[in-house]
Ligand binder design. Sequence first.
Ligand code: NAP
Ligand code: ZN
Length: 346
Amino acid sequence: MINAKARAVSGPDSNFYATEIERRDLDTHDVLIEIKYAGICHSDIHTAHGEWGPVHYPLVPGHEIAGIVKAVGTEVSKYQVDDRVGVGCMVDSCGECEHCRNGEEQYCLKGNVGTYAGTDRYGEPTQGGYSTHIVVHEDFVLRIPDNIGLDVAAPLLCAGITTYSPLNHWNANSDKKVAVIGMGGLGHMAVQIAHAMGAEVTVLSQTLNKKEDGLKLGATHYYATNDTATFEKLASSFDLIINTVSANLNLDEYLRLLALDGTIVNVGAPAEPISLRVANLIGHRRSFAGSAIGGIRETQEMLDFCAQHQIEPQIELITADDIDNAYERVLASDVKYRFVIDTSTM
Ligand code: NAP
Ligand code: ZN
């Protein structure tokens, strides 16, 4: 067993505390990674607080992991010691179902194994990246391109792929008008990626406070959703809307912003059910869809795309003692635009 330092919560109302966790000895295809940086995703908060259902505590969240390979199992062929690597939201899947074979492990018919709050193939609860080390099967390890720093690479492993995948699937390109709801961790990546794909990008944020940043990252337009005039002005104008908001919105207001055949894709994952007026779909043949992260092959494609287009998240580096404070700030939409833990402070 390998002992790793980590930060954990003991229940839904717990603060983070310093602890040690055991990582398994390397199996033949395992890679031991020394984690350098771990991003804080809003999903960590939903999960740590038990909002999505019961979880196994103590829980070490973190699925935006970047680090260096320290050791490899006897049959590992993809990675070597000293490689710069990442791990995202999954660490395993059945590998045999139709979706796994198509490289869409996130939709594994038997359910993929989450990087934390899952159960691994040995029957043990998985623990995530707020930690100094992790052991992962080589098939779920990503290669970080040389020109992306490890600190800014970390958020790409969830925020990057979760926005890249639907933009790719729904063909964001120069013929498309794309809106992004929420300028947080996912939203500020969606703006950059959609812009690099050639789409005309509009940000729909609660206020205009982050307008300058949104325009710098590639948006052409930026509107405040606390102004009702926004919804009148933008009626029937977007081909694709990526909704990154972590809370429930009045969906009908946003559906009416879609053009004929437009689609709104929820990547934001609020805990409570949402309702909508079907008439808002029928009228303009609109669709309401969802999308989960992305497969391993697509995640590597996204990393290479970001390297090629010089796309990076804007991060605020924090120490391990700052995690509770960072959670409060994310919940208050006070994040520009991703908190990343420097794990050397564990
Ligand atoms: P985040 O950094 O907190 O960003 C969410 C943004 O939504 C905020 O910055 C804010 O932007 C806006 N917002 C927050 N509360 C709002 C409210 N009550 N009304 C209107 N707008 C509000 O969170 P994130 O890490 O990007 O994650 C966003 C959501 O995606 C979470 O629910 C997370 O669990 C989910 N997620 C899903 C997947 C997936 O696979 N589908 C993957 C990762 C994350 P403005 O200040 O600009 O309004
Ligand atoms: Zn995430």
